[in-house]
Design a protein around this ligand. Structure first.
Ligand SMILES: Cc1ncc(COP(=O)(O)O)c(C=O)c1O
Length: 375
């Protein structure tokens, strides 16, 4: 009988109280009190008994608009940025269309693009500067190109786009009459947060989320912002006609109201944690951190020179040490067997556990690996 593959997520959820969750770029540093108080109040008021105001709490929509800082963009709420990405692909793409994208990338978006009948043209970015450049994008534009996918900062590499590059790519979209899908889920961690919509407001659809910056991934709330006409066109594909979860809206509202007070400390701790990860990895032979610095709350550890599989590293880290990192295979068809991704908006105690677990894992797996056959 075949041995069933290890289900890391099932295991991690079953042991969630013991697990240091460093696998999904989630944020465990936001002060929980204001979220708890607002959701508790909504529960006391039984707000879950009624539907939310379908288009979203007006104050929440205003806060989203102010947070992005572009008053001309109309925000639309969805159940996480994921739903926004799905709607955009379905509404704006069709068979024969091409989207310029990258490998590695957040491949769920590529899947949505393919569902619409379009295809992605993936530029290999597993080499410096570990992101797209306007030069490479312009070379890739062809007669079928309909959209550019600009994820900034980029999951999984943690690389980000300087303002000048965002501007150059946005201007390309404008000049070539292309759509620009600008996913800014990790924007608050960036060293130079820039919205492409600033330079190409008509062409750009901005996808945002409170999953990562506000630590609300489990509540599933995010959205897109675009010009009013574009929002109307996208809204035809809305399945959440009765509105986004009322408790999620309450939590997002209180997070965005208070964000200026705590986001600085969240980013400071996240960057300090990146330094601890690089210091740990520097002690491990044959493992490197290729992208410096991280512009997000994640990075990749290139383990290819160890000869170990990222899945084996993921499993050993999780089962033996309760530290959940993610193998790269779901993030890159070409390079996914070379890296694990680690996210680090985590309390320092989780970093202590990583600092012990990672070197030990590599040692253990190497000791277990069969010796190479003699020539
Ligand atoms: C680039 C990117 N976009 C969107 C999402 C989805 O975010 P949400 O939790 O808002 O659905 C993720 C989640 O990891 C992501 O990495």
């Amino acid at each position: 009988m075949a041995i069933p593959a290890f289900d890391a997520f099932r295991y991690a959820h079953a042991h969630r109280r013991q697990v240091a969750w460093m696998s999904q770029n989630t944020n465990h540093l936001v002060p929980p009190q204001m979220i708890r108080e607002s959701v508790e109040e909504a529960l006391r008021e039984h707000r879950y008994e009624g539907y939310p105001y379908a288009t979203g709490d007006p104050e929440l929509l205003e806060l989203v608009r102010a947070d992005l800082g572009l008053p001309g963009l109309t925000p639309f709420l969805t159940s996480g940025g994921t739903e926004a990405l799905y709607m955009i692909a379905r509404a704006l793409l069709g068979p024969g269309d091409e989207v310029i994208a990258s490998d590695p990338s957040y491949l769920i978006i590529h899947r949505f693009i393919e569902l619409s009948g379009a295809r992605t043209r993936n530029l290999d970015i597993y080499a410096p500067p570990f992101r797209l450049t306007a030069e490479r994008v312009v070379e890739a534009i062809g007669p079928k190109t309909k959209m550019i996918l600009l994820i900034d900062p980029l999951n999984p590499l943690g690389s980000g786009y300087p303002r000048s590059e965002v501007r150059a790519i946005a201007e390309l979209a404008h000049d070539h009459h292309l759509l620009l899908l600008n996913d800014v889920t990790y924007r608050d961690f960036s060293h130079e947060p820039t919205l492409a919509a600033e330079f190409a407001p008509e062409e750009t659809v901005t996808v945002w989320s409170v999953s990562k910056n506000c630590g609300l991934a489990g509540l599933r709330i995010g959205g897109f912002s675009a010009t009013p006409d574009r929002v109307k066109a996208l809204a035809r594909f809305n399945t959440n006609d009765l509105g986004v979860n009322v408790l999620s809206q309450v939590a997002a509202l209180s997070a965005l109201r208070t964000k200026p007070k705590w986001i600085g400390e969240v980013v400071r701790q996240t960057r300090a944690n990146y330094d601890r990860i690089t210091a740990t990895v520097a002690t491990v032979a044959d493992v490197t951190v290729p992208v410096h610095p991280s512009w997000a709350n994640m990075t990749i550890l290139d383990t290819s020179a160890t000869g170990l599989s990222p899945e084996a590293i993921q499993e050993e880290m999780l089962r033996t040490h309760g530290v959940f990192v993610r193998s790269g295979n779901y993030l890159s068809p070409t390079h996914g067997n070379k890296f694990v991704r680690v996210s680090f908006s985590n309390p320092p105690g989780d970093l202590d556990r990583f600092a012990t677990a990672f070197p030990e894992t590599i040692r253990t797996l190497r000791a277990r690996a069969p010796a190479p056959a003699a020539a």
